[in-house]
Design a protein. Structure first.
Length: 126
């Protein structure tokens, strides 16, 4: 005699929500990064960039989230930059997992422009 399993609509709804969990977690993290970019724009530059750099160095954050953060930051910043900011942010951009994978539209490449600006205006110490 076989066992028949019947799924209730509630069970199906829970399963659908569970499968969407990873997507919603990613969206939540992007929202948090948006808030961090806002904090950066309000003057909390060094604490925010320091935190993101630590996340990159520890390799405990999805690299797509760091790329998202970098893209959002490049949209809101403009020269002049402080040397402290450049020392923290430039290594993030120069990371192979970041710089070469950010999509650009048209000829405007904010990653290359930022790196070129930094190299022509700051003495870079490794």
């Amino acid at each position: 005699w076989g066992m028949r399993i019947i799924f209730s609509p509630v069970t199906i709804e829970i399963a659908i929500q569970f499968h969407g969990f990873l997507f919603s977690q990613l969206e939540l993290k992007k929202t948090l990064l948006d808030r961090m970019v806002h904090l950066l724009s309000r003057g909390y530059v060094l604490p925010v960039v320091s935190y993101i750099r630590k996340c990159l160095e520890k390799l405990d954050t999805d690299i797509s989230l760091i790329r998202y953060f970098v893209t959002e930051v490049l949209d809101v910043i403009a020269p002049p930059y402080t040397s402290d900011f450049v020392q923290l942010f430039l290594p993030i951009l120069e990371n192979d997992s970041i710089a070469g994978t950010i999509k650009t539209e048209g000829e405007h490449d904010p990653v290359t422009e930022f790196i070129a600006h930094c190299k022509s205006n700051f003495i870079m110490v490794s």
